[in-house]
Design a protein around this ligand. Structure first.
Ligand code: COI
Length: 354
């Protein structure tokens, strides 16, 4: 791959107030671009001023949704060091998504290098307050102007950066979740394991209805029986029942979260019993009735660890840990954010310096 060309802007935007950073509303001064065509493959890596794109209205992404993305974060650690968290895992998943959507694979190491270069150019944008970070959004869109339903012959990969606080306005306060029994997010063999834009489009109607009913998010059940728990869409989900931690196994329609994987490794190291298996909503409901449901939490890059204080399913209300964050959820949050920000030793070698 050629060297990354860098064109810096003279016009710098005002930075947002770090003490009040909503998720994904502010964007930095630059972005990274990389093009693909059949003759040259991926080519022309460049960092340019952040600006709107010019695309043909027939660009295939607009019509058939050939689009994938990733979510990562950069943190300011001590001595002004900048750290990324397990970027290689995101690149592996980026390529899994590419394969599923017939998008040409990328060179993960090169994209990490591009992200490091971009983050360095815009490093003044990395917030340093507790619970803040620079969210990194790499994504690929199909750009060929064609209305035939087939894989595009041209693509663009972009990386944009956004200084963020907590994903949920609740912060670390437990969120309320509606268990969705009508709509479906993904089916086995579909796109559920890919980080494809279409999965999120499929989730929006249920999400809007849940919001209107006073819930922050939707918990998805399997598409066929509407019984087995899958994920929240913006995060994977864990239940602590009778001292054991259970998370749905990756079954072909659940996204393999990087935070999910990290949490399981931490729990294994701490010798907390953890099971990756099918878990039904009835099992969770029964556990809540007999007092065995100790904690519920979501995990994700954006969400970090998000405690769940209430689940609502088929007119049944399940209050978890009296609506408070549980001890294990708090310990996991402190450990993950501690490693990410260099406050705790990175014994698992998860962080990468920019
Ligand atoms: C992430 O956690 O990075 C995601 O991509 C989830 C998204 C809904 C914000």
């Amino acid at each position: 791959m050629e060297e990354i060309k860098i064109q810096q802007t003279d016009i710098r935007k005002d930075k947002p107030d770090q003490s009040n950073l909503p998720f994904g509303h502010y964007f930095t001064d630059h972005m990274f671009l990389l093009d693909y065509n059949l003759e040259q493959g991926w080519h022309e890596p460049r960092i340019v001023p952040y600006a709107p794109l010019v695309l043909d209205p027939a660009a295939m992404v607009f019509h058939y949704g050939q689009a994938v993305f990733e979510g990562m974060k950069a943190f300011i650690a001590k001595d002004e060091q900048i750290l990324l968290f397990r970027p290689n895992k995101n690149m592996e998943r980026f390529n899994q998504s590419n394969r599923r959507l017939e998008i040409p694979e990328i060179d993960g190491d090169f994209i990490i290098h591009a992200i490091q270069t971009l983050v360095n150019v815009d490093k003044e944008w990395i917030p340093s307050g507790k619970g803040t970070s620079l969210y990194i959004r790499p994504f690929i869109i199909a750009t060929e102007a064609c209305l035939g339903v087939r894989a595009s012959h041209t693509y663009q990969l972009l990386v944009i950066l956004s200084p963020v606080g907590a994903y949920y306005s609740e912060g670390l306060e437990p969120v309320k979740i509606n268990v969705e029994s009508s709509y479906t997010r993904a089916v086995r063999g579909g796109l559920g394991t890919a980080k494809a834009a279409g999965n999120y489009a499929a989730s929006i109607k249920a999400q809007t209805e849940a919001k209107d009913a006073g819930y922050s998010q939707v918990l998805w059940l399997d598409a066929i029986e509407k019984r087995y728990i899958e994920e929240v869409g913006s995060m994977n989900i864990f239940f602590k029942i009778n001292g054991k931690v259970i998370t749905p196994q990756l079954n072909g329609s659940i996204l393999a979260g990087v935070t999910r994987d990290s949490i399981m490794e931490l729990l294994n190291n701490w010798e907390v019993p953890v099971e990756e298996r099918q878990i039904s909503i009835e099992e969770v409901y029964e556990a809540s009735l007999n007092g065995a449901l100790e904690e519920v939490f979501g995990t994700g890059t954006a969400a970090v660890i998000s405690p769940v204080g209430e689940l609502f399913w088929n007119n049944h209300q399940m209050i978890v840990n009296e609506g408070h964050i549980g001890q294990l959820s708090q310990k996991l949050y402190d450990t993950i954010t501690g490693i990410q920000t260099g406050l705790l030793p990175d014994t698992l070698q998860w962080t990468v310096q920019v």
